[in-house]
Design a protein around this ligand. Structure first.
Ligand code: FAD
Length: 530
């Protein structure tokens, strides 16, 4: 364990955000491993003063940091005495583990699956995800953004595929500073797990949460490989165990959380577009491809190994639907009629269609996310949403940053969890609503003349009223303002756009004076929360 002494630098010394740690010269510190870039060493091969990041206030904070010396590894660790048990080492669980371990918490993470770094990723759902500014901002808090972005593929906009084979790129933002990124779910999870472990979190795989005794603060975990179980005492549990959260179910047995699940009457099925014969991408890589067909649609997101994850969203019943299109032959017939340009891209269409079961889509809401100071839910466990705004993970990552902040601001866990819920619940509810609305836009409106005209006007108003008229997609995707604010302003803006373009087929006859007056009267200048 640690040698040396530490003290926090005075602000007057110009490095208030760092600890200074005196290391005995005999430690022979040569350099810091590249992935442990946080600490900065002063001096040459035998640094005697190190500066390490200060991750917060109140209580001694952990600065678990591994420094390579001539004679092995020195671990410096300053514990706070605070501990937390996270259920689920998926996206949110792993990110929260980094944030809290770095703040000096003892963090234990229990995951029902095996370690994806050891035996290959077993995640069965969406293979790649759209990462936007909110998610990236949270990753920056964990110093994970650079590593994650090495594997991300830029998506500049929607590439809309018409039935006649025409393609049209609708940019998401003004330029390449306003784009989203496609990232492989498994790769992202692995980066976060590595960082969580480096930060000192204790990861326990093959440990499924089975039962909780909240009064006794004791949880039982089962290893599904052999059915063995063991119990663990905890201070507080965080449910990062996804839409089907076992912790939520255990909390519900203790207290009615007011759970409601609204299933969408549409589901999804994933297929794959492999690389081209020359090893490159088969279609434009820097776009999110959409085949909008009114009541249903397909999309495709690029992967860095030059494949695309192709997802079909269809109704559960009716024609066509997952009930009417079951066999590979029926799928081919549907594609020949509605998605002809996609057929050649998916050589295993029939096999994939029959092999991959449809995934359900739902919106989960709860009246309450926490149980006194004993348990709290976040991410999909608290507010699963339909995926049409590409924000579920981004929102879950924002949750992690806010929860870590609340845990730092409140020593009392009940207060911290209540403050977390108060800040995040209205925002989760807003993005859930916007995600549902975006399905209509993607499948039915992106090639509609009214929509395209309103979109043109939206861009013009953005130019005429910078910072005041900010397009809906920009507010949700490229900014950090609360989702609830984005929803409120989007509703006002939509009214202005619909009113101003009513009965028009071009912007030539827009009553600019009236529109400008509406914008000035109804919208304040928007300040980002960044
Ligand atoms: C088709 C589809 C496309 C999507 N696309 C996007 C997108 O483009 N962008 C975006 O931001 N979001 C997207 N999402 C949403 C995103 O996948 C989720 O919001 C995100 O995964 C939530 O993270 P989480 O950590 O809360 O839950 P999860 O990622 O589901 O992680 C939960 C973890 O808990 C573990 N676990 C479960 N039960 C237990 C238990 N009893 N004990 C221990 N461990 C347990 C699981 O094994 C898993 O590792 C999409 C979702 C779908 C379905």
């Amino acid at each position: 364990m640690s040698t040396g002494s530490w003290r926090r630098s005075n602000p007057g010394e110009g490095c208030k955000d760092f600890f200074r740690i005196a290391i005995p010269a005999e430690a022979g510190i040569q350099r810091l491993a590249p992935r442990e870039q946080g600490p900065r060493s002063r001096g040459s091969r035998t640094a005697s003063i190190l500066e390490l990041p200060w991750y917060g206030r109140g209580g001694a904070k952990s600065l678990g940091s591994r420094l390579r010396g001539n004679d092995g590894i020195i671990i410096l660790r300053i514990e706070t005495g605070k501990s937390i048990t996270i259920i689920g080492a998926g996206l949110a669980g792993a990110l929260l583990a980094i944030l809290l371990a770095r703040r000096g918490w003892r963090v234990d993470v229990y995951e029902k699956r095996g370690d994806p770094r050891v035996k290959g990723y077993e995640g069965g759902r969406s293979i790649n995800l759209a990462l936007a500014e909110r998610g990236r901002n949270a990753l920056r808090h964990a110093d994970a953004d650079d590593e994650v972005m090495k594997q991300a593929v830029m998506m500049r906009g929607r590439m809309v595929h018409s039935l006649d084979g025409r393609q049209q790129l609708q940019r998401y933002g003004r330029d390449d500073s306003e784009v989203i990124w496609s990232i492989h779910r498994g790769d992202l999870n692995i980066v976060l797990l590595d960082l969580a472990q480096q930060a000192g979190a204790h990861l326990h795989f093959h440990q499924r949460l089975d039962a909780v005794e909240f009064e006794a603060r004791n949880a039982r975990f089962v290893d599904d490989r052999d059915g063995s179980s063991h119990s663990v005492d905890f201070t507080a549990l965080v449910g990062a165990d996804g839409a089907g959260s076992s912790l939520r179910a255990a909390m519900m047995r203790q207290h009615d959380l007011g759970e409601r699940t609204d299933f969408l009457d549409h589901s999804y099925k994933e297929l794959e577009i492999p690389p081209a014969a020359d090893g490159g991408f088969q279609i434009e890589p820097n776009a999110l491809h959409i085949w909008p067909r009114g009541r249903y649609m397909c999309i495709a997101l690029p992967n860095d190994e030059k494949t695309f994850t192709f997802t079909a969203f269809l109704p559960n019943l009716g024609e066509p639907s997952f009930a009417s299109v079951k066999t590979g032959t029926e799928a081919r017939a549907l594609f020949e009629r509605d998605f002809p340009d996609a057929i050649a891209l998916i050589p295993e269409l029939e096999q994939d269609w029959e092999r991959n079961p449809p995934g359900l889509l739902a919106t989960l809401t709860l009246d309450r996310w926490h149980l006194q100071g004993r348990a709290v839910l976040l991410g999909d466990g608290a507010h699963a949403m339909v995926p049409f705004h590409g924000q579920g993970m981004n929102c879950a990552f924002e949750d992690c940053v806010v929860l870590a902040r609340k845990l730092e601001a409140h020593t009392d866990l009940t207060e911290a969890f209540a403050a977390f819920e108060a800040e995040r619940k209205p925002n989760a509810s807003a993005i859930q609503q916007m995600a549902l609305e975006n399905y209509l836009e993607m499948r039915d409106r992106v090639d509609d003349p009214d929509f395209l005209l309103q979109r043109d006007l939206e861009q013009q108003l953005q130019e005429r009223h910078p910072g005041r008229f900010v397009p809906h997609y920009t507010m949700v995707t490229f900014m950090l303002i609360p989702y609830a604010t984005a929803l409120l302003r989007s509703d006002i803006q939509r009214e202005i756009l619909v009113e101003a373009t009513r009965g028009l087929d071009s912007l030539a006859n827009v009553d600019w004076q009236a529109v400008d007056a509406q914008v000035l009267a109804r919208l304040d200048v928007l300040v980002d929360a960044a």
